[in-house]
Every structure is written in structure tokens, then in C-alpha cells.
Design a protein around this ligand. Structure first.
Ligand code: ZN
Length: 141
């Protein structure tokens, strides 16, 4: 008997103290980012201090879920067996309209149609009962 054809699950994020609020929001399909109370800068989730002014007065707020493709790659190499069936697949950086950039996957779009600057909106994928992941799909302007 061989195990070659047994599907391997994808790795699932494990929330910690810093990323916990991000994943609590994601479970409810709310995209959470941090906002600095001192300089009003928004930043990607899970930092102890503000990227702009180093203040630790950060609060979690819900982002609009809208953004644009900032950058992307098409993966042709299998780095994890859990993704083998999806090669070639995309990995993208989406710049939210609030400013932060998230590493994510674009869905409901062919790889050949992905462009920098493409308007996208968040769509959550429920991985299990505790974890939902924000992915992004094209959004008509
Ligand atoms: Zn700040």
C-alpha cells in the first residue's frame, strides 16, 4: 500500500496573542487591521507598536475589505504537498484601501487575468470551525 495518493492537508494558521483578534474577526468574516490612536495610521495585523510612530496605542478596527492587487506571483513549484493539486496557483499582496498590505490568495479569477492594480474585495474561506482565511476576488469598480 502506498501513501502517494493520500491528500495532505494544507497548513492552518495557529492564532497567538498578537494575531488572535485578527482571527476572531475573520471567523465572523470581518477583516481586522490595527489603527494607531496617536497618528491614525492603519497597519497590517499583529504588531506590538505602530510602524509609523512606534506608539503602542493600537486598536483593532474592521477594514472595508476593499483593495487593489499590489503584487503577485504564480507558483509553479510545489513547496508544500497540500497545494499540489492547485499548481499553478497565485499568491498576491493586496493593498487595502486603508493602506495596509496583506499576503493572500486571489480567487474566482484565472491566473492569466490577474493584474497589478486590479480592484478586489475580501471573501472569507472557512477552513474549519475556528479558522477562516481572508482571500480576495475581483470587485467591479
Ligand atoms: Zn502611530
Amino acid at each position: 500500500m502506498t501513501t502517494e495518493n493520500v491528500p495532505v492537508p494544507k497548513p492552518v494558521p495557529v492564532p497567538d496573542e498578537l494575531s488572535g483578534p485578527f482571527f476572531v474577526g475573520a471567523k465572523d468574516h470581518r477583516l481586522m487591521v490595527q489603527r494607531c490612536s496617536d497618528c491614525d495610521t492603519f497597519q497590517g495585523p499583529g504588531r506590538f507598536v505602530c510602524d509609523n510612530c512606534l506608539s503602542d496605542h493600537l486598536t483593532w478596527v474592521q477594514a472595508s475589505g476593499k483593495g487593489t492587487v499590489f503584487s503577485f506571483v504564480i507558483m509553479h513549484q510545489r513547496y508544500h504537498p497540500g497545494f499540489a493539486a492547485e499548481i499553478p496557483y497565485n499568491i498576491a499582496t493586496v493593498e487595502l484601501e486603508e493602506g495596509p498590505r496583506l499576503l493572500t490568495i486571489l480567487i474566482n479569477i484565472a491566473n492569466d487575468d490577474i493584474r497589478v492594480g486590479l480592484p478586489v474585495k475580501v471573501k472569507f474561506e472557512d477552513i474549519n470551525q475556528d479558522i477562516s482565511l481572508p482571500k480576495f476576488e475581483p470587485s467591479p469598480a
